[in-house]
Write a protein that binds this ligand. Structure first.
Ligand code: IMP
Length: 194
């Protein structure tokens, strides 16, 4: 029997490989695989909204089953900012260093450094939509620690650990991370999908 095809609305090769390895009953393809090089709008003001926008764009334009993810860092003392704006927190055209510098500056005199990463995943399959969420709680460090990972990893220490995300190996981070947990829920759902 041929495998059900599912587009993962990403061009991130690492994310794609990880998910392909977890979902062997499905044919998981990327945006490039379906020749989609569009700048898909991410204009919603929630993570769920953006995941839905991306998944719906592909399903509507290409008529394909699809899932999409969106992640944000929610800092308690900042009313959950930067949240959905995590990628462009410092400015429209900024990098991770700019974003971390801005966040450390905002929290300079603040004692409560609690934060969480949250990932929303939207899945469109055979005419229905499902949402999944993954959360990783922790705190924002006062200075950067570690060289691995990406984004805000050097200043995020997950609860129960003494290391930052940037001091963890990919596998160790993946086992406890927001994205890892959201994808795990998606995988459990899909693996029992018939
Ligand atoms: P995206 O939804 O995966 O594109 O993530 C949005 C932004 O959140 C990125 O630009 C990163 O700055 C940040 N981010 C997402 N996931 C992580 C992570 O696992 N560690 C650190 N930063 C992340």
């Amino acid at each position: 029997m041929s495998k059900l095809k599912l587009v993962f609305a990403t061009n991130n090769k690492n994310k794609l490989k990880e998910v392909q390895a977890m979902l062997t009953n499905f044919k998981i393809v990327s945006l490039a695989d379906i020749n989609c090089f569009d700048d898909i709008p991410e204009t919603a003001n929630t993570l769920e909204g953006n995941a839905i926008l991306k998944a719906n764009y592909i399903t509507e334009k290409f008529g394909l089953n699809c899932f999409a993810d969106d992640t944000g860092l929610e800092v308690k003392a900042l009313n959950n900012a930067p949240g959905v704006y995590s990628a462009r927190y410092a400015s429209e055209k900024c990098n991770s260093e700019d974003n971390m510098a801005k966040l450390l500056n905002e929290l300079e005199n603040i004692q409560n450094r609690k934060a969480q990463f949250r990932t929303a995943v939207a899945l469109n399959i055979e005419g229905k939509q499902y949402l999944f969420e993954g959360v990783c709680t922790g705190e924002i460090l006062k200075t950067k620690k570690g060289k691995d990972g990406f984004g805000y990893d050097p200043i995020f220490k997950p609860t129960g650990y003494t290391k930052s995300f940037a001091e963890m190996e990919m596998r160790e981070k993946g086992a406890i991370s927001h994205r890892g947990k959201a994808i795990e829920k998606l995988v459990t759902f899909l693996n029992s999908y018939s």
